[in-house]
Design a protein around this ligand. Structure first.
Ligand code: ADP
Ligand code: MG
Length: 231
């Protein structure tokens, strides 16, 4: 393997391993994942169902712990932090967009975006202004007070993108973000993700089944036999 340089990389993953215990041999999902990402280089990850894409994304999102190897974000290994510091690190450094938007059904679009701030304490007036601005950026200025049930699938996913952007994260993770959308809406949502990530300089990592979506990324990798290989 070519020597890796770490100077500018926001995300550095080395020899990452994830296995699950079973009654027999452990199930090895991630065998040896290596990855280095700098701001401004969006990455698409493709690979068959069950190959470990979500497992990897969840570890990068600090929602799950690796069995071995290391991961640093902005030079910090999140798995060395106390639970309290990890929660704070996650909410300030990482934005997550899931296939299902996971909006809170009883909250308006604007409140759902603000939730990202509430995780850190109280939302200020400036936070409210930023949430409204983000809704404007995702084309939903006039939908701020709508409940998720009053929005289309594409609009719900736009709210989820605005929520992920709320804290200007270093790392934006999206797991099949367009998987539940029709092709035209999927394209619009993908355009938006690209635009916003490049505008803010976040490192964007998108898992997708869509070769069309993956094809638009400057960097593509495939999950294969527990490793990430260039695609
Ligand atoms: P993908 O997102 O590529 O479809 P996943 O990362 O969801 O794949 O799953 C990879 C493999 O890990 C699958 O075989 C799945 O059954 C297994 N797996 C995922 N989570 C767990 C878990 N909590 N316990 C045991 N096995 C799991
Ligand atoms: Mg998955």
């Amino acid at each position: 393997m070519a020597p890796l340089t770490t100077a500018k990389a926001a995300v550095v993953v080395r020899d990452l391993r994830k296995e699950y215990p079973t009654p027999n041999d452990p199930l090895v999902v991630l065998r040896d994942v290596n990855l280095e990402l700098s701001r401004g280089t969006p990455l698409a990850i493709v690979g068959p169902s069950g190959s470990g894409k979500s497992t990897l994304l969840n570890i990068l999102g600090t929602l799950d712990q690796p069995t071995g190897g290391s991961f640093t974000l902005d030079g910090v290994d999140p798995f060395t932090l106390s639970p309290k510091d990890l929660a704070s690190f996650r909410s300030t450094k990482i934005g997550f967009i899931f296939q299902d938007h996971l909006l809170l059904p009883q909250l308006s679009a604007a409140e759902n975006v603000l939730v990202a701030k509430l995780a850190q304490g109280k939302a200020t007036k400036a936070d409210g202004d930023r949430a409204r601005q983000l809704l404007k950026d995702v084309g939903l200025a006039d939908r701020a007070s709508h409940l998720p049930s009053e929005l289309s699938g594409g609009e719900q996913q736009r709210v989820a993108i605005a929520r992920a952007m709320m804290n200007s994260p270093t790392l934006m993770l999206a797991d099949e973000p367009t998987g539940n959308l029709d092709p035209k809406t999927a394209q619009q949502v993908a355009d938006l993700l690209f635009d916003l990530a490049s505008k803010t300089g976040s490192v964007l990592v998108v898992v997708t089944h869509s070769m069309e979506l993956a094809g638009r990324f400057p960097k593509r990798m495939r999950m294969q036999d527990g490793e990430l290989v260039n695609a």
